[in-house]
Design a protein. Sequence first.
Length: 331
Amino acid sequence: MSVLVDASAGLGRVVRVPLVDASVRVAPRSIGVGLVLLAVLLVLLVASVGTGEFSIPPGEVVSTLLGGADQSTRFVIETLRLPRAVTGALVGGALGAAGAIFQSVTRNPLGSPDIVGFVQGASAGAVLEIVVLGGGTIAIAAGAVVGGVATAILVYALAFQGGVQGYRLVLIGIGLSAMLVAVTDYLLTRSTLEQTQAAQVWLTGTLNGRGWEHVRPIAATLALLVPLTVLLARPLRMLELGDDAARALGVAVEPSRLALIFLAVGLTAVATASTGPIVFVSLAAPQIARRLTRASGPGVGCAALMGGVLLLAADYASQRLFGDLQCPWAW
């Protein structure tokens, strides 16, 4: 194995492995930032699990997670609080990764799922299920996924004109987002009081009442889609250079862009189905992560960790910021 310094890009080191005729770029700063974010995420996870009417010290939380403590403490942590915290970390990670992919593909910092309409599409699908079809929890989650995917297909089809340019994707997504908000509002005006209350609770977005049944879908989605995203990391980086440069470097532009968009849509839709629409995380997390790492590439891993940190920090603040009075986010 040989190590070469890429002085032209200033992005770290290129590690070549002769046995498999491959090379990988190693960015020490990005790795360091990722490790710090992971540590902060774990600290927030422990703090969130220990927060509540029955306060649990961090040491006891860690001991319980490692198999210690008494049965009542284990019940509070493992059954009541840990699923909420894990759901927050996974949903934040999914939104952060999706935001990084969208912003990289569109080459636009506004190209996040909550700006270009995919979150609004998932919301409209869920509200349609609640108000018109009267579905239960699973049906509402399915409606959110279908709404998000259908919106992505429509945005991509409308933006396609001999290929897809990032600015067209963003502009069409913003316009369709406004239309979907109008559809959601119309459905709410035509619903009963009980249906409106149920829809508004879902539209608020919350981690309250999350159980292991909410953790499993988002965990399975991340386990499936994150490796696929890693496989498409090189085309994702090349697409930031523009279509012509990417083609010159051997990237199949449209198939790669389409695959990346639907990976990000899958992450967004399942995250939204798990907690309801949560805005701003997918917009802010990639930008904060990129500034911390000073990387020129998408930095999907650090964006995912930052998304988990932002969502868990917001949830923790909503429970502790005003003492015994919780913000509506935590209801």
